[in-house]
Design a protein around this ligand. Structure first.
Ligand SMILES: Nc1nc2c(ncn2[C@@H]2O[C@H](COP(=O)(O)OP(=O)(O)O)[C@@H](O)[C@H]2O)c(=O)[nH]1
Ligand SMILES: [Mg+2]
Length: 292
């Protein structure tokens, strides 16, 4: 008997959705950063063992106040992920003191089996967990509630057991040896973008997009050329930095992470381009793969 199914991980920004997918599939594939909105598009991360295939949708965080076409596309992805899921995971950050009820109420309305994952257990004590557990028990009836740490791996094996118990009987949907529905080329742009979140401040990461122009995998070193889009000339100067120091650092950081992922040497070439309206232009967003 083989089990397989689709799982959507829903939650506010920064609760650790992408970190959880990485932890379960065992690769640092999804971009992760301490800033909100690192994840912009729905991406599948696929877990396989002999008898099970779990297809996770890593999603953008829930946005209460969408301001740009980009944000609308992100919400669109979240909504479609409700419909296709066999199981819904509502993920909550145990250190978050705000009363985030809007998304909880939406998730609660859906009829699929649900799991509440209380993440970042490494940062709180038992008492905090018990208070939160009580709150979620009131919101959801008959739902497994589990504390995990996506970062340290605490209770991830238990979570997998819970998921597999709820998984429908089904043959695999994807080849059993692939990790995602996207190509490496896509993850290359995501890793460069992720490193921008770590390296630059203020609005820069949110107003930046990364486009791969060339990805030649059959060469040694692998050749990757990417364009970094920003919205203003001043941002172009910041990305490049004095004497090109910042973009050099960015290139090194992204290359090292990509080399780990591909297990190959990489030559990475970065360019910066001003694209004033990319975040609000539907045609551009469509070309970038956004669901709009
Ligand atoms: N201490 C701790 N940090 C975590 C944990 N899970 C995620 N993080 C951190 O929380 C931040 C947001 O994680 P990310 O996966 O990008 O969140 P997402 O926006 O929900 O996808 C990152 O800095 C992660 O390293 C955890 O279990 N414990
Ligand atoms: Mg994410």
């Amino acid at each position: 008997m083989h089990k397989a199914g689709f799982i959507s991980i829903l939650g506010y920004p920064n609760v650790g959705k992408s970190t959880l997918v990485n932890s379960i599939i065992g690769e640092n594939l999804m971009p992760v950063s301490p800033k909100a909105q690192t994840t912009r598009q729905r991406v599948l991360g696929i877990y396989n063992d002999e008898n099970n295939q779990i297809i996770f949708s890593d999603l953008p965080g829930w946005l209460t106040n969408p301001q740009y076409e980009l944000h609308k596309a992100m919400l669109h992805d979240i909504e479609s992920a409700f419909e296709d899921a066999d199981i819904l995971i509502y993920m909550h950050d145990l250190t978050d003191k705000r009363d985030n009820n809007q998304l909880i109420d939406i998730v609660a309305k859906y009829s699929q089996p649900k799991i509440v994952v209380l993440n970042k257990a490494d940062l709180v004590d038992e008492k905090t967990f018990l208070i939160k557990e009580k709150k979620f028990k009131e919101k959801f009836s008959n739902v497994d509630i589990i504390a995990v740490s996506a970062l340290t791996g605490y209770n991830i094996d238990k979570l997998l057991e819970i998921i597999i118990n709820l998984l429908p009987e089904h043959p695999p949907y994807y080849d059993k040896d692939i990790l995602s529905d996207r190509y490496l080329r896509y993850f290359a742009s995501e890793i460069i973008r992720e490193q921008i979140y770590y390296l630059y401040r203020d609005e820069i990461p949110y107003e930046t997009e990364v486009v791969i122009n060339s990805f030649k995998e059959d060469q040694d070193p692998v050749f990757i050329e990417a364009e970094i889009w920003v919205m203003r000339d001043s941002q172009k100067n910041i990305i490049i930095g004095k004497k090109g120091e910042m973009i050099k650092q960015l290139g090194t950081n992204a290359r090292l992470k990509l080399e780990k992922l591909l297990d190959k040497h990489i030559f990475l070439n970065l360019f910066v381009k001003v694209q004033p309206n990319w975040r609000n232009d539907k045609n551009t967003l469509k070309r970038l793969g956004y669901n709009i």
